[in-house]
Ligand binder design. Structure first.
Ligand SMILES: [Zn+2]
Length: 432
């Protein structure tokens, strides 16, 4: 069998035959001869003649440990529909790509499942190249009808690049939280751009929109989809309660520290050496303790380690204000653990009364925020829009961001989000 025939059988490149095979230091270069025919613009139009032509190489899937390159003459054509000179489309590669379709599909399939280092080492390519491939695959595969018929959506912001830049992400609650839209920015105008893309009819169809407690998304929804019921994502409310705990902890720590300082001043100059037997433990320990109670206070009670449980018990025994903080936080979280969701309004009002009388500044502030958003918080429970999906989404996006060790551009990150959270199914070349 001739070597060209063998490569024809191995590669079976659509509408081209193998004309030559060359072993070079860069790898195996397979020369392709196109079947005869007029060049076709990527827009689909056939051109009458070629403008000029050149030879191009595309990286294809490796042959053993050799890199494999496809090489063919590629023509440029003056497309009347596009109104400019464009490079003809070839069936084995996407427009502007320097890798074959099969190579790009394998990369996209891997990018859905694994991290940067694995892909770049396994396929011997750069991360920038991977980002470009993901963008091309997503542009081709994304469901263009994903914005039609949306009923219940969730909106959230996602920080990237060490928290300095933000994306606004919209997910479809009825499609198991798949991402349907993402764009750079996190203000009202960003979300308004989404509603504009949805169109007036699409906005009118919306039944519920879940979001954070901020004003931006609320404002955009108020103006563009006023009929939709707005809900506050439980995830954000719990995050706010945790923040209140941290503030209260610092507040309590400051109080303890001042107490310790006053006690130290009263006791006069420090005595050297071991304190006499039976003397009370130094007050300073108490302050350190408040500082270290952090995780015990923040974690889910079910997930606490024995040592952290001891911390909680100690706080309760000593009548610490932090124990009350912890009770307040868990009381708010209980809102989402009620066996009967119709009890939610009564539970929330009971909590509000408790929190605003607590005389713990952080929780008094929190109670004000909660009161201002009472209807939106209860709507989430009534409509069963738990944020577990969106919370999952948020951590998924953070993971993707982390996997990529930061993306060069928002566009690259958005493409990666669509690839991994947009419900795209990438077919491997071997599965077709
Ligand atoms: Zn064209």
């Amino acid at each position: 069998m001739r070597v060209t025939t063998a490569f024809n059988k191995i590669l079976s490149i659509p509408s081209a035959t193998v004309a030559s095979v060359e072993f070079t230091p860069e790898g195996v270069v397979v020369g392709l001869r196109r079947r005869r025919g007029r060049p076709r613009c990527p827009c689909g139009r056939r051109a009458t003649g070629a403008y000029d032509s050149s030879v191009r190489r595309w990286r294809h899937l490796d042959l053993g440990s050799n890199k494999l390159w496809l090489q063919a003459e590629i023509r440029r054509l003056d497309c009347r529909r596009c109104g400019r000179v464009r490079t003809e489309g070839v069936p084995w590669a996407r427009p502007r790509a320097r890798h074959s379709r099969d190579f790009e599909d394998v990369v996209a399939w891997l990018a859905q499942r694994t991290d940067k280092t694995t892909i770049t080492r396994l396929l011997r390519t750069s991360w920038e190249t991977v980002a470009g491939m993901v963008e091309r695959v997503v542009a081709e595969q994304i469901d263009t009808r994903r914005l039609t018929g949306l009923l219940r959506i969730g909106v959230d912001e996602v920080s990237y690049r060490k928290g300095h830049r933000y994306l606004t992400v919209v997910a479809d609650h009825d499609q198991s939280g798949r991402v349907v839209w993402a764009a750079e920015g996190k203000n009202a105008a960003t979300l308004e751009a989404f509603y504009d893309q949805l169109g007036e009819a699409g906005c009118e169809q919306l039944q519920a929109v879940s979001m954070d407690l901020g004003a931006a998304f609320k404002k955009a929804t108020d103006t563009k989809a006023p009929q939709a019921r707005q809900c506050v994502d439980p995830f954000h409310l719990v995050a706010l309660a945790n923040e209140a705990i941290n503030k209260a902890r610092r507040w309590a720590w400051n109080i303890e520290r001042d107490k310790a300082r006053r006690a130290a001043a009263l006791a006069g100059p420090k005595r050297r050496g071991r304190p006499p037997a039976g003397s009370p433990p130094p007050a300073r320990d108490q302050t350190r303790w408040v500082k270290h109670a952090r995780w015990a206070l923040l974690k889910d009670p079910g997930a606490l380690k024995p040592s952290q449980l001891d911390v909680l018990h100690e706080l309760r025994r000593s009548g610490s204000v932090l124990y009350r903080c912890w009770q307040l936080k868990e009381g708010l979280r209980d809102l989402y653990r009620l066996t009967d969701p119709t009890d939610a309004p009564v539970h929330l009002d009971w909590w509000l009364a408790w929190a605003c009388r607590s005389r713990i500044p952080a929780f008094v502030t929190l109670s004000k925020t909660v009161r201002a958003n009472r209807e939106r918080i209860l709507a989430a429970i009534e409509l069963g829009l738990s944020n577990s999906k969106l919370e999952g989404l948020n951590s998924k996006i953070r993971l993707i961001n982390h996997r990529g060790y930061g993306h060069h551009s928002a566009a690259a990150l958005i493409a990666m989000i669509y690839l991994c959270c947009g419900g795209l199914t990438i077919q491997l070349p071997t599965e077709r």
